[in-house]
Design a protein around this ligand. Structure first.
Ligand SMILES: C[S@@+](CC[C@H](N)C(=O)[O-])C[C@H]1O[C@@H](n2cnc3c(N)ncnc32)[C@H](O)[C@@H]1O
Length: 575
């Protein structure tokens, strides 16, 4: 019996990341491993569930011994039966075991023969488990010890499978083995990056995309991560479109870069560490590893320390490295990398779209998302574009947004005098603002915003969606004297003059720039385009390559200083 995602409704299933692999997919994966020439003597399934991988692997590798671990007692019984039915139970040893309390170091140290780690670890994040008040987590400091700002921005959030895979890699300590794990594509990247940055002895790695909709009825981006461990190889991995594909469509890899932010959202491990996971265990590490029953990686010697320590180390000492989606294209175009001379901004954040976003009616009233007809002054209303508008090339807004502040922290009470209907409308919907979950609004002025400043009121903008895979930079001018705003799914540059904005948009939309950006971007990320990536665009070099050097020169200040342009009291500052 295979549990499908659509049937999984209970909190326990969510907490335990219970997405069982269908047997046909497990068989297909084992066939690929055979095609790759694998001949494992020991196969380990660290969270075997209903045992699809154990059944498939027992069939595909008839000489192998199999060891499986699982926390769910019902699954243990079901898998025992499935292995008996397949007449392979004499080669299989199953154990009811919590992954987090198992001594993986001792398990691997005593192991002989070629090892295959095969499976599909839980699909759940620490934040989701925490929301359910669940306990299926590594020790709390590992994810709750992050500082407030990181919790607020979501940087402390990580996948349980990421933690588990790093744990297994650390416990192997460079011992020859093959890792073949189904996981989110982002998790695979984070594991590889962690290994490459910490001498994880990855001899070679590849990612095979999985049709998650078909096999799991879910809509995440997942892959089979295949990594051969034991010696250090190139820091790049071939990416295949499917399990059947014979040729990779790209190679992701790690690069050193002056401008890359190693903690960018483009795929950084949540807890990278500088210690070598490939190093043989020291006396000290061996001694510590005997206490692996503790639910903490730090007890395993070579693993990441507490989140706070692990996070601090690379920030102080690590080279500036970053993962790129297409290392070959990146290598060809890396001269286009630098520091963007303009400051990229995020759009307006209000977390109250139902009240703040309004559609105009012919009679001069507005409709909000609560389907209410609203009569308010126009003083605080500004045209609004969203990421979908930008991705479609639409720069003519049809909706408005209420902008209650000109800068973060500004007192909102003057609205009462200047626009009493607006003030009444806001107060009549105060409960929607009070229900905003983000802690950034705590103790702020009523109806406060984020992502607002002088730059928001500049007349000309060049904007891009953060959520779409194919970036398109839109030139956006004022609408009837009003500057256009963007929501917080967009990024933009501000300009006082149309001429400069137009030139920059042209340079950003050249194939040279878009190809370079594509080489850095991971399309399956929630936000494929980030401010960190945009900051790495060297507009001068891009213009040069694209034959637009003259255009670029024409917008450089004559005095050569080039740091500031002003218009209408708005100061637009370059970095
Ligand atoms: C994504 S399912 C995959 C199951 C199986 N590996 C497969 O491929 O079908 C994840 C499995 O991890 C198990 N699991 C979750 N937390 C665990 C833990 N702390 N220790 C051991 N197993 C765990 C769940 O019960 C579930 O069976």
């Amino acid at each position: 019996m295979v549990l499908r995602v659509s049937e999984m409704k209970t909190a326990a299933q969510i907490e335990f990341g219970d997405f069982q692999t269908p047997l046909d997919l497990a068989i297909e994966i084992c066939a690929l491993l055979r095609r790759e020439g694998l001949k494992p003597e020991v196969i380990i399934e660290p969270t075997f569930g209903l045992g699809a991988f154990l059944v498939a692997a027992a069939e595909a590798f008839p000489a192998a011994r199999l060891r499986g671990f699982e926390i769910n007692a019902d699954y243990l019984q079901a898998t025992r039966q499935a292995l008996r039915d397949a007449k392979v139970s004499n080669r299989c040893e199953l154990r009811l075991q919590d992954f987090f309390t198992f001594d993986w170091d001792t398990e691997f140290r005593s192991m002989t023969g070629s090892i295959l780690l095969l499976g599909n670890p839980p699909w759940v994040t620490n934040a989701a488990v925490a929301r359910l008040n669940g306990s299926n987590l590594p020790i709390k400091e590992n994810f709750l010890g992050f500082r407030g700002i990181e919790a607020r921005t979501g940087k402390s959030n990580f996948d349980i499978s990421e933690w588990m895979l790093i744990r297994l890699l650390c416990a192997l300590r460079g011992k020859p083995a093959t890792l073949a794990m189904l996981c989110k594509t982002a998790t695979a990247r984070k594991l590889l990056r962690y290994a490459w940055q910490n001498d994880g002895r990855i001899a070679g790695a590849s990612l095979y995309r999985i049709d998650v909709k078909k096999h799991f009825n879910a809509s995440v981006d997942a892959c089979l991560l295949l990594a051969h461990i034991g010696s250090s190889g190139p820091t790049e991995a071939a990416v295949f479109a499917s399990l059947q594909a014979r040729k990779p469509f790209s190679h992701l890899g790690i690069i050193e870069s002056e401008t890359a932010n190693i903690f960018s959202t483009s795929g950084g491990a949540h807890a990278p560490s500088r210690v070598s996971v490939g190093a043989p265990p020291t006396e000290q590490a061996s001694a510590r590893s005997t206490v692996c029953g503790k639910r903490s990686m730090k007890d395993c010697g070579e693993a990441p320390q507490s989140a706070r320590e692990a996070r601090a180390l690379p920030r102080r000492t690590c080279n500036r490295t970053a993962l790129v989606a297409d290392i070959r294209t990146y290598s060809r175009l890396k001269h286009l990398e630098g520091r963007c001379p303009y400051q990229w901004r995020s759009g307006l954040k209000h977390d109250c779209a139902s009240v703040m976003e309004l559609l105009p009616n012919p009679d001069g009233t507005f409709s909000n998302k609560l389907k209410e007809r609203v009569r308010i002054e126009r003083d605080y209303l500004y045209p609004l574009l969203k990421c979908t508008d930008l991705s479609k090339g639409n720069s003519n807004p049809t909706r408005f947004v209420l902008v209650t502040q000109k800068r973060v922290g500004e007192d909102t009470r003057p609205i009462a005098r200047q626009a009493p209907q607006t003030w009444d409308y806001l107060n009549a919907h105060a409960e929607y603002f009070q229900a905003r979950k983000s802690p950034i609004y705590k103790n702020g002025a009523p109806f406060a915003l984020f992502g607002v400043g002088d730059y928001s009121f500049a007349p000309w903008k060049v904007a891009v969606s953060g959520l779409h895979r194919h970036p398109r930079f839109g030139l956006v001018g004022p609408q009837g004297e009003r500057p256009v705003f963007f929501d917080d799914t967009c990024y933009f540059l501000s300009f006082a003059e149309e001429r400069e904005a137009r030139a920059v948009a042209e340079i950003l939309n050249t194939p040279h720039c878009l190809d370079f950006l594509a080489s850095l971007m991971f399309p399956d990320s929630k936000r494929p385009v980030t401010v960190e990536l945009l900051r790495r665009l060297n507009l001068s070099a891009i213009a040069q390559d694209a034959g637009l050097a003259g255009l670029w020169k024409s917008i450089q200040p004559l005095d050569g200083q080039g740091s500031e342009s002003k218009e209408g009291g708005i100061s637009l500052t370059r970095d």
